[in-house]
Design a protein. Structure first.
Lengths: 876, 478
């Protein structure tokens, strides 16, 4: 606003998101004006568009195409929320009609700025420009059309019209951008958002009391204001009136709070109707309006009644249909609001905010059929709303309906923001009989189902997932298409799939040990260079990576799981069928119970009873053959069998040939070496095979080696432990091992100081002993934990250093002969992939802990699978 | 990787070491040749007047093989087979190609030094200590015996220390017979990759030329010629047809044999394949319902889509599948690039998933799920229910699935086993009816269940089909 405007100034207020339409004859100085007051990209000029399509800014034959382009550019800018100025003559009503329609289509306000300058000025200016050689008649025609238009601009739909009638006025003009009335992003609360009150004054008084407000009463004892000692403010979601016992009392209190700055309010459909009734318009006095009107009419004192009616009318009429609060993180509207309407202004935005997304049909109770906008909501802002009474508060995709039907005998609800804690006060009575039963008959939940567009782009474009650790992680469309089948047909239910482990980067080689592809010293050095020296070496188990989600009771994750959790692989598949999964999870449950982990780890999370507590563990499941038997048989054993059949025969043939004097020495030697390699390869894979009862439906022989607590929580909330060091994580694992040493397996470990040569040497010896004894190798991790950001950015959460024998299973039996080439492998790519997947994994857990909707968690989980997927052509 | 050819002295070739003349290799010298994938060595472990043995040893260079596959764009896990594979140890197409190159002249039946030898049948012995046979030792016997070989074939256990794993596909083979050397070489050249059912290169039309050249003399009379041609030509039907014509086989090929199309499941006493009966049943339902647009959700290779396109009442046919690879196959089978514009305009193939809701499926008249639900884990069925019945919400939904009770009528199917390894469950009639009526109830549909195939008095039909019709009231709307 411009109270301080100098007298010589002419202030032009323009909403900061609007379509500004310049209107003026050729030569009136529109382009100059636009350049002075708006940014270069904000102005879209018809001359420029003519040039774009026809290489000639004056080619009148290209006008239609030029305006096509102009409307398109303006439309895209408005959709993206950018103020746009149209620099064209716009003296014809039809040209302006199209622009008003464009503004409405994008729910922004159209503003007209008219440069109504004398004809003489326009002619002089045109004469001074060599490229404007059209005659005076053109300017005159523009001027005539403009004069005819001036009166009708508001009727055409322009909400703001500024007319500048002289060169002096134009020179004195200053454009001031004003925020939309809905835009209260600078107000950060904290707030207490209150659902539909419907005249239930007594319950409202109780609720405000519970929320910590102190009521102020007038001389008659009626509450007229409420103040919170910490300066919190209430936000009323509308439908203050109708049906309940004391609508005037509620209005008196809320109006007092709003006027005193202790509350904000948005209107409900009942306030809208009340305004029309108070205006004396013809409305049907039903759905509780009759009670409000009767209660107002019952105010005995004539003056007071008249004054009250006036005050209510002015208050309700002045409410803005939705508010955007707290830096854009919170949106309130009576009936909710879809994302594209946030901070927009149009008739349909208001209508959506008041009445919701209705189909125009009615249901069997005569009530409007509502489209479930919340199910489709994918916005980042939390939307709080009321309007539809629901039996319980239930978050749906980051939206929450706070109307719990107090007037129908339910409860009056509020949500503390930003704490997200709910406070409820039960109804004192059934004040009004509901038309439709309040207890919704909802056998299946459809609200949080996933849309295909949450994970893939059907138009073949790539996607990106914003992560707090590493920014935007791009996912190619080809890879998402490849992951779709795995996720749909093989992975566990997304409601239980909260995390997929990232791939892990391997260590490089070390000059002192040229016959090793991966060496501990290389891992230590890499971390040292990244500024991290406190390291933990963990034994790399000879099993399969397993993510264990387990609830304290068997039905703790119902209805999604009948086994009280899942044990899934790196690609989200369940390791076992229901029976074995249940047996395995029962074992984990019992061990966690004995170890006393449940309350300790889950206790800090909000809400939920003991049975609903759950743990999410990162672990290794052994033996490898329990999951990968098919790979072991079909790939490893098959190679071993072929080598056993071929190589001895080849050696015999070569020996005979050599005996006959043929020169086969080098080949014979190489073939003998291959025989040795193949035998060693067979030995290597056999270490991963040990008998289990899995094929007979028993768990004996199966072990879990947990090494990280990913998250813990209850039905009401989750905690992550990325900030705990690995010493803590392994201490939790040790307690599980202590509780059930048969099911759980310990992870051997050694702490290494990468800055200390002796310590690094000890780490190397530890690894050498481990692998010499047949071990797979180790993983080196920053001791401080997984979510660590080192002094130079995100650090690899782990680096694997695998033993020479194990690597035969990765690079083939005789990879040592090819070592020099293998050393050139592109570890950089793998490291980058590991970091991106790690960022996504941390992200999915953080979103879970933030109570974000399923699609947000799933988006990150799916992206990990996509990055691990073979690309396929998504355009089909 | 290793193949030996031995010849005994015989009236046609009194000096066994003359095998060197026939093979164009000196019997006292080792020779080596660079071939694709490594180095081919020809050695002579024995060569005297009585018996001579030439050994072809292919020293496979795994690194070179990996390079030839080009740089992989995928993470390590998917490239595992590049590093860990049996190619260096078995007589595969790599060896066959090496044989064709190293013994080219012998294969052609030319020997300028001993012109009488190529035409003579000689007592030969061929040893292949390690080959891969999809079909085991029995298939080796089946393929070589009819050609006059005495076959000795021994399978190799997968791992002698893990007896539970059983036999591998690796077979050690010894063949004895009196044949012309060129024929023996040609048979090995063709049959080694046929046994393996794999080739290291992409097969194109000139592969038919090679087959005609190498097999023209013996293949037409071979009792398993269909299998040989199909596998040799990598199951490409058009190439097989071409080869058949050129080998002058007037009988033609039954292309739906086990090698190409999978067994045509027939319903008892009738010869129409069940898949055809299912399509007919679905088409009949769509006609009854008067549907003009239909989504075949889980269209696979597009068999039904092709039928749907033939029905002019269907103005929009959408083939949808979760697998991009299947859609690719469907596009080829339907021949999308050859369709007339008017037909192409009615067809859409798109990748989607029954467990995610997809706006592109909304607004069609009918969605059909033919043998799809049983490929989803039961916990995912509610998601499928939501996306089809609540979100797409067509007037008609058709679901077909196997009737588990009928499985006892398949003699080849073990008790309790499923019809397909990917089936997650198979429902009895009661189970299917219960699921269908619950879905109908929840989603505001009427449902009838019909039999497809012969309705057995005792165990019911092989396939069961539920036809859902949306109730035209607003209740039950999602």
């Amino acid at each position: 606003m411009s109270a301080d405007a100098a007298p010589s100034e002419r202030v032009l207020e323009v909403p900061d998101l609007s379509l500004v339409v310049l209107v003026g004859a050729s030569g009136s100085g529109k382009s100059t004006f636009a350049a002075q007051h708006f940014g270069p990209f904000e102005v879209v000029s018809s001359d420029h568009c003519r040039g774009l399509v026809a290489d000639d800014v004056d080619d009148q034959a290209a006008t239609a195409d030029a305006f096509d382009v102009l409307h398109h550019i303006a439309g895209v800018r408005l959709r993206r929320g950018n103020l746009t100025v149209v620099d064209a003559t716009n003296v014809q009503a039809d040209a302006r009609r199209q622009l008003v329609a464009l503004a409405r289509e994008h729910d922004v306000l159209p503003v007209a700025v008219v440069l109504d300058l004398p004809e003489r000025v326009c002619l002089e200016r045109n004469a001074a420009r060599p490229d404007r050689d059209f005659g005076a008649h053109v300017v005159k025609r523009h001027r005539d059309a403009l004069r005819r238009s001036l009166r009708s601009l508001r009727r055409e739909g322009f909400r703001t019209v500024h007319v500048l009638s002289s060169v002096e006025e134009v020179a004195a003009a200053r454009v001031v951008r004003t925020p939309l009335r809905s835009d209260l992003r600078d107000q950060h609360g904290p707030f207490d958002v209150v659902g539909d009150v419907h005249g239930c004054r007594s319950e409202l008084e109780t609720l405000l009391g519970e929320l910590g407000y102190a009521l102020t009463r007038d001389e008659q004892g009626r509450p007229v204001d409420a103040v919170h000692p910490q300066g919190r403010r209430a936000v009323f979601l509308g439908d203050l009136v109708d049906r309940g016992p004391d609508s005037p009392g509620v209005l008196r209190l809320v109006m007092g709070m709003v006027e005193a700055g202790h509350a904000l309010a948005v209107p409900g459909n009942h306030e809208a109707k009340l305004v029309r009734a108070l205006d004396g318009r013809d409305v049907s006095v039903t759905h509780g309006l009759e009670t409000t009107l009767a209660q107002i009419a019952a105010i005995e004192d004539d003056d007071e009644r008249r004054e009250f009616r006036e005050r209510v009318r002015a208050f309700a009429d002045g409410l803005v249909s939705h508010l955007v609060l707290d830096g854009g993180k919170l949106v309130v509207a009576h009936a909710g609001l879809k994302e594209s309407y946030h901070n927009r202004a149009s008739g349909r935005v208001r209508s959506f905010a008041l009445y919701g997304d209705t189909t125009g049909e009615s249901d069997e109770f005569g009530l409007p059929v509502r489209l479930d906008w919340a199910r489709d909501y994918r916005g980042r802002a939390t939307v709080l709303y009321g309007h539809v009474p629901t039996p319980e508060l239930e978050w749906v995709n980051g939206t929450l309906c706070l109307d719990t039907g107090v007037v129908f005998g339910g409860a009056l609800s509020a949500l503390r923001w930003p704490e997200r804690e709910s406070v409820q006060v039960p109804a004192e009575a059934v004040h009004y009989e509901p038309v439709r039963p309040l207890v919704a008959d909802r056998p299946v939940r459809d609200d949080d189902d996933l849309a295909l567009t949450d994970v893939v782009s059907p138009d073949g474009a790539g996607r990106g997932v914003e992560t707090r650790l590493a920014g935007r992680v791009a996912v190619a469309a080809e890879q998402a298409a490849g992951a779709l089948e795995v996720m749909s047909r093989f992975a566990v239910d997304p409601h239980l799939l909260w995390y997929l482990p990232a791939t892990m980067a391997p260590a490089g080689g070390w000059a002192d040990a040229p016959d090793l592809l991966e060496h501990p010293q290389a891992a230590f050095e890499a971390y040292r260079k990244a500024g991290v020296t406190d390291l933990l070496c963990e034994e790399k188990h000879m099993g399969s990576r397993a993510v264990v989600l387990v609830s304290r009771s068997r039905d703790g994750l119902a209805p999604w799981s009948s086994t009280g959790g899942v044990v899934h692989t790196r690609t989200g598949r369940s390791f076992f069928g229901d029976e074995l999964t249940l047996a395995l999870l029962d074992g984990v449950r019992a061990a966690a119970e004995r170890a006393g982990l449940w309350d300790e780890l889950c206790g800090g999370a909000a809400g939920g009873g003991g049975g609903e507590q759950w743990l999410l563990l990162d672990a290794e499941l052994l033996p490898w053959s329990a999951k990968a038997e098919e790979l072991l048989r079909g790939q490893y054993a098959a190679v071993g069998a072929a080598a056993r059949a071929a190589l001895p025969a080849a050696v015999v043939v070569l020996e005979q040939a050599a005996a006959r004097g043929q020169d086969v020495g080098a080949l014979l030697e190489r073939t003998r070496q291959r025989e040795v390699d193949a035998a060693a390869f067979t030995e290597a894979y056999r270490r991963y095979v040990w008998p289990t009862g899995v094929s007979e439906g028993r768990l004996d022989g199966v072990q879990l080696a947990p090494f990280q607590v990913l998250a813990a929580g209850t039905a009401g909330g989750a905690l992550t432990f990325g900030d705990r060091d690995h010493g803590w994580h392994l201490s939790v694992a040790d307690r599980l091992v202590g509780a059930d040493p048969q099911l759980f397996r310990t992870t051997r470990r050694l702490r290494v100081d990468a800055a200390d040569a002796a310590s690094c040497g000890a780490g190397t010896s530890w690894w050498t002993d481990l692998t010499a004894a047949g071990g797979e190798g180790m993983v080196v991790k920053p001791f401080a934990g997984a979510a660590l950001r080192g002094p130079k950015g995100v650090v690899q959460p782990g680096t694997k250093v695998r033993g020479a024998e194990y690597l035969r299973l990765v690079y083939g039996p005789g990879y040592a002969a090819d070592l020099e080439r293998l050393k050139q492998r592109q570890v950089g790519r793998k490291r980058s992939l590991a970091l991106r997947e790690h960022a996504l994994g941390v992200e999915s857990l953080a979103r879970l802990a933030d109570g974000e909707p399923l699609w947000r968690v799933h988006e990150a989980v799916f992206a990990v699978l996509a990055l691990e997927s073979e690309p396929v052509d998504p355009r089909l | 990787m290793l193949l030996t050819i031995s010849a005994e002295a015989s009236p046609a070739m009194p000096t066994a070491s003359d095998l060197g003349f026939l093979l164009h290799k000196h019997p006292d010298r080792a020779q080596s040749t660079e071939v694709f994938g490594g180095t081919a060595h020809v050695l002579w472990p024995e060569a005297d007047g009585h018996r001579a043995t030439a050994a072809l040893l292919l020293d496979v260079d795994t690194a070179a093989l990996q390079r030839s596959r080009g740089r992989r764009e995928t993470p390590e896990a998917f490239a595992l087979a590049d590093h860990v594979n049996d190619r260096p140890y078995v007589a595969s197409s790599l060896l066959a190609v090496a044989l064709g190159k190293v013994f080219r002249t012998a294969l052609a039946g030319r020997c300028d030094a001993r012109p009488e030898l190529p035409g003579a049948a000689l007592p030969l012995e061929v040893g292949v200590p390690s080959l891969v046979s999809r079909g085991g030792a029995a298939l080796v016997e089946r393929l070589f015996s009819p050609l006059g070989w005495d076959v000795e074939a021994r399978t190799q256990p997968l791992d002698p220390l893990v007896p539970a794993w059983g036999e591998s596909r690796v077979v050690g083979v010894r063949l004895r017979g009196t044949l012309r050397l060129a024929d023996a070489l040609a048979q090995l050249y063709v049959l080694l990759p046929v046994l393996d059912d794999a080739k290291h290169y992409w097969v194109s039309a000139d592969e038919v030329d090679k087959l005609v050249r190498a097999g023209g003399d013996w293949l037409p009379a071979h009792p398993d010629r269909e299998l040989v041609m199909t596998r040799y030509l990598r199951h490409q039907r058009s190439l097989v047809r071409d080869a058949v014509a050129r080998l002058d086989d007037t009988e033609g090929l039954p292309l739906d044999d086990t090698e190409t199309g999978g067994p045509a499941t027939t319903d008892d006493g009738r010869t129409t394949p069940l898949a055809v009966l299912r399509r007919e049943a679905v088409l009949a339902v769509l006609r009854e319902a008067g549907a003009a647009s239909v989504v075949d959700l889980g269209c696979g290779e597009g068999g039904l889509v092709r039928e749907l396109l033939r029905d002019p009442h269907l103005t929009r046919v959408v083939g949808a599948d979760v697998s991009a690879r299947e859609l690719d196959r469907a596009a080829r089978r339907i021949g999308t690039d050859r369709l007339p514009d008017t037909v192409a305009a009615r067809l859409e193939l798109l990748q989607t998933s029954a467990t995610y809701r997809d706006d592109r499926l909304a607004g069609v008249d009918a969605v059909v799920l033919v043998e799809v639900v049983e490929h989803l884990d039961p916990p995912r069925l509610p998601a499928l229910e939501r996306s089809v019945f609540a979100h797409a919400r067509p007037r008609t939904v058709v679901v077909t699935t196997p009737n588990a009770e009928h499985n006892v009528r398949y003699p080849g199917l073990a008790a309790g086993a499923f019809r397909h390894p990917d089936h997650r469950f198979e429902w009895t009639r009661a189970e299917f009816a219960a699921w269908a009526s619950q879905v109908a109830e929840r989603r505001g549909y009427a449902v009838v269940v019909r039999p497809v195939g012969q309705d057995d008095d005792e165990v019911g039909p092989p396939t069961q089909m539920a036809v859902f019709t949306r109730r035209e009231t607003s209740e039950g709307a999602a």
